[in-house]
Write a protein that binds this ligand. Structure first.
Ligand SMILES: Nc1ncnc2c1ncn2[C@@H]1O[C@H](COP(=O)(O)OP(=O)(O)OP(=O)(O)O)[C@@H](O)[C@H]1O
Length: 307
């Protein structure tokens, strides 16, 4: 669905996107994750033909984003950071006008608007003016606007920024539902770690305009950080024995061990220690977050930049 090669965008002295090569298959739900200024929006803006690359190339839905802009635009939906819908119109009318702008006959535009209103849970508010909608409702209306022409591919730039946690969760559910029910390929940008972790099956981590990691959230965490298992003992002597046997690090009467899959390694470790005459008093497993992955890869925390 998407194939880029060394895609690059320079703004005078700033290289916003620095040679990105990636492929996205049909039906994938991909999150581009990175701190402010990493180049996520610029990447999306090139893929949606809003700005031309200064280097490299990209094909979207089978068409070159420079040579075949119209073909690309017809096949994609794009929901930018700003709010696309006008404020004094009713939500339903906005949707119908948008459908007309994409060339749908009025009857089809009406039918499609009705379907989207239903599936995005906007039934009760669609006939109110856009300015009276809550942030979450407006964001869902934006998504409906991006979907009116039934695109194969939907780009969402920071869809949940500015929403409260409940509206954010609700929106995420709708995004996952779109993929599930219509097979829409979805590429979104986010700097919310939990969002990338929970809804995307593939996370592309971007920093300084480059891809620094690209995998499922689970594999990123297992590969770059792993689980940490903390075992507590009755004495420092036991802890020292355990640290030697399990190749762990002792702190007082506790031992920290790294593991790809903490919960799975614990029973074997307890058994091994018991055979050696060492009783385990407590067990705690901590699993990494995508922030730990980012920290390992860059030495910086995304969480600090999230605010
Ligand atoms: N029109 C422009 N002119 C000059 N510099 C720009 C322009 N657009 C973006 N940049 C710069 O390019 C870099 C990448 O910006 P971009 O908006 O793509 O980042 P981002 O990862 O989407 O961040 P955010 O989460 O803040 O949107 C930044 O340094 C930004 O200041």
């Amino acid at each position: 669905m998407i194939a880029t090669r060394e895609l690059t965008k320079r703004f005078k002295s700033v290289t916003a996107v620095d040679g990105i090569t990636l492929e996205v298959a049909d039906g994938e739900l991909v999150a581009l994750l990175g701190p402010n200024g990493a180049g996520k929006s610029t990447t999306l803006r090139m893929l949606t033909t809003l700005i031309p690359p200064t280097g490299g190339s990209a094909e979207v839905a089978g068409f070159d984003v420079v040579a075949k802009q119209r073909e690309v635009r017809r096949r994609i939906g794009y929901i930018g950071q700003g709010n696309g819908a006008g404020h004094s119109q009713r939500g339903r009318d906005e949707l119908i006008s948008q459908g007309r702008a994409y060339g749908l006959p009025v009857r089809q535009a009406r039918a499609r608007a009705g379907e989207l209103i239903e599936s995005l849970g906007l039934g009760e508010v669609a006939d109110r003016t856009v300015s009276s909608l809550s942030g979450g409702q407006r964001r869902r209306l934006d998504i409906a606007m991006g979907l009116i022409h039934a695109p194969e591919l939907l780009f969402l730039d920071e869809p949940s920024t500015g929403l409260d946690p409940q509206n954010r969760a609700n929106l995420q559910e709708h995004i996952v539902g779109l993929r599930r029910e219509h097979g829409t390929t979805i590429v979104l940008t986010t700097h919310y770690l939990e969002e990338a972790d929970s809804i995307a099956e593939r996370v592309i981590v971007i920093d300084h305009g480059r891809i620094i990691a690209d995998d499922t959230p689970q594999r990123l965490k297992a590969k770059h950080v792993g689980d940490r298992v903390f075992l507590g003992f009755g004495s420092e002597t036991d802890a020292t024995t355990a640290a030697g046997l399990l190749n762990g690090v002792r702190e007082g009467d506790r031992v920290q061990v790294s593991a790809d899959d903490g919960p799975r390694m614990v029973p074997g470790a307890i058994e091994e220690l018991r055979t050696a005459g060492v009783a385990v008093h407590s067990v705690e497993v901590t699993r990494p977050t995508l922030d730990d992955v980012f920290l390992t890869l860059t030495g910086r925390s995304l969480r600090n930049e999230e605010a």
